[in-house]
Write a protein of this length. Structure first.
Length: 490
């Protein structure tokens, strides 16, 4: 039996705080691709439409699934990732954001027991459920099975004794009769296991996918229609009253030590330009909030819409997304690239993350061989590939810069379908990627080039408490130097 280390100190963590009951469920599945996101978004929408205030959460580092839950709830979905973020910070973030909810709904990642490695619960949905003291609802894809559904549920319910499954939802069933057969088989082996209902197979409920999974809702698509259709079926075929009763069994959590970020904002000391559109949509809500808390005024702009860089900014953030899908439109916005080149000459900090790195290079070459010129601030270009690079990364900053001092260790994640080709042989790297397995070796990642700090790495700013204030302080210092230089020249 695996007992996560945080269970031993959970009582101490909670003992000195007044507990608050937040009804919570964690929606898990045996594997990815079984419709967990559709069920989660549909439940969020159903309960929201009934007048409940639902706070959505997503296990793991994913940006895309949370966009559906954000759309369904009407406010941001938060990520709960115990590999990138400490368990105390995950629990604090959950408590702080869920404290005003009627119910918190957490969508799991991959299969219930899949996490950051092949062994243990670290980074898994099971770990999050234990950390929050929340009941698990297992969503199973019942297509092509009847009595076997019982074997599947029984195996997951007994695999790890510390992990308790509180109920089951059947997805992708062929008919009401099919759902009855599966339910009867489950109750034959586990009479006390609640089967809360089902979603029937419907091709209209299939969310479209692309090479990295679902398509973000920042792009145009029938997202609202699919979510509303799922919600309409859920109202008919899932016992919501029983689901709410199960959610109410969640362990009370302490009141958060930090208040919601909007009450902590100070007068802005720097202005930051943040790329925000369908090509640049990979932003954790906490990243923006922590930057604002540290003294940033965030000015959003859309490179796709032809926006130029906002005026009088002290820093630029180009987040990840899918710039390769919009390469032609981005390439046409040379006015923005002129502004970025001027900002670089003025030593204004420019932070590029994954897609942001791509547009800072000479250009993007797509799978059809077409080349789309970009900002040309970094030598080389980004070549789209057939295979994905992804995984958690243990990093050490290789240079002093706007993120953290050189030699600081932090955690991140990486996923992209492009490679940086024809880059300089001896760049000034941003990070050293540390080996996580014996057969791995250290490698360099990203680049520090003048005022640019760019890499394929995605950071959640809760991973290190000093990233946001350091970035703001760095931008403020550079602004002060520019003003002093201007006065001297005048």
């Amino acid at each position: 039996m695996i007992t996560p280390s945080f269970l031993t100190d959970q009582a101490n963590f909670m003992s000195n705080k007044e507990p608050k009951q937040v009804p919570t469920i964690v929606l898990a599945a045996p594997f990815s691709g079984g419709g967990k996101t559709t069920v989660t978004a549909g439940l969020i929408a159903t309960l929201t439409q009934q007048g409940h205030r639902v706070h959505p959460f997503k296990v793991g580092p994913d940006y895309i699934d949370p966009s559906y839950h954000t759309l369904a709830a009407g406010h941001p979905c938060r990520n709960l990732d115990t590999w990138m973020i400490s368990t105390d910070n995950v629990r604090e973030s959950f408590s702080r954001n869920a404290q005003t909810a009627d119910i918190a709904i957490v969508e799991g990642v991959m299969g219930l027991f899949d996490g950051a490695s092949g062994g243990g619960l670290s980074g898994s949905t099971a770990e999050i459920a234990l950390l929050l003291g929340a009941p698990i609802i297992l969503v199973i894809n019942a297509r092509g099975m009847a009595r076997s559904a019982a074997a599947l549920v029984h195996g997951y319910a007994t695999f790890e004794p510390t992990v308790k499954i509180a109920g089951v939802i059947l997805n992708n069933v062929g008919s009401a009769r099919h759902a009855e057969l599966c339910t009867a088989a489950i109750h034959e082996k586990m009479p006390d296991m609640p089967v809360l209902g089902y979603l029937q197979k419907d091709k209209r409920l299939v969310l479209p996918e692309r090479h990295l999974g679902l398509i973000p809702t920042a792009e145009n698509g029938p997202w609202r229609e699919v979510i509303d259709l799922a919600a309409a079926q859920i109202r008919q075929t899932i016992d919501l009253q029983r689901l709410m009763a199960i959610a109410a069994t969640a362990t009370p959590l302490p009141h958060p030590q930090r208040q919601p970020s909007q009450t902590q904002k100070t007068a802005p000391t720097v202005r930051l330009a943040l790329a925000d559109d369908a090509a640049f949509s990979f932003t954790y809500p906490e990243n923006v909030e922590l930057l604002e808390e540290a003294g940033a005024e965030i000015i959003r702009f859309s490179p796709l819409a032809g926006d130029r860089l906002p005026t009088n900014v002290d820093g630029v953030i180009l987040v990840g997304g899918f710039p390769e899908l919009y390469a032609e439109a981005l390439s046409a916005n040379q006015s923005l690239f002129d502004d970025l080149r001027q900002a670089h000459q003025q030593n204004i900090p420019i932070y590029g993350e994954c897609g942001g790195l791509m547009v800072l290079t000479e250009g993007i070459r797509d799978l059809d061989g077409r080349f789309w010129p970009m900002a040309n601030l970094l030598a080389g270009h980004c070549q789209m590939e057939e295979r994905v690079t992804l995984g958690y990364r243990q990093l050490r900053t290789a240079a002093h810069g706007p993120i953290l001092p050189a030699g600081t260790e932090l955690r991140a994640h990486e996923f992209h379908y492009s490679s940086w080709s024809n880059r300089p042989d001896t760049p000034d790297p941003a990070y050293t990627v540390l080996p996580r397995r014996p057969q791995e070796k250290e490698r360099s990642a990203g680049i520090r080039h003048g005022s640019i700090w760019a890499s394929y790495m995605h950071l959640h700013l809760l991973t290190h408490p000093k990233i946001a204030p350091n970035f703001i302080a760095w931008c403020a210092r550079q602004n002060k130097k520019r003003r002093k230089a201007e006065i001297t020249q005048a």
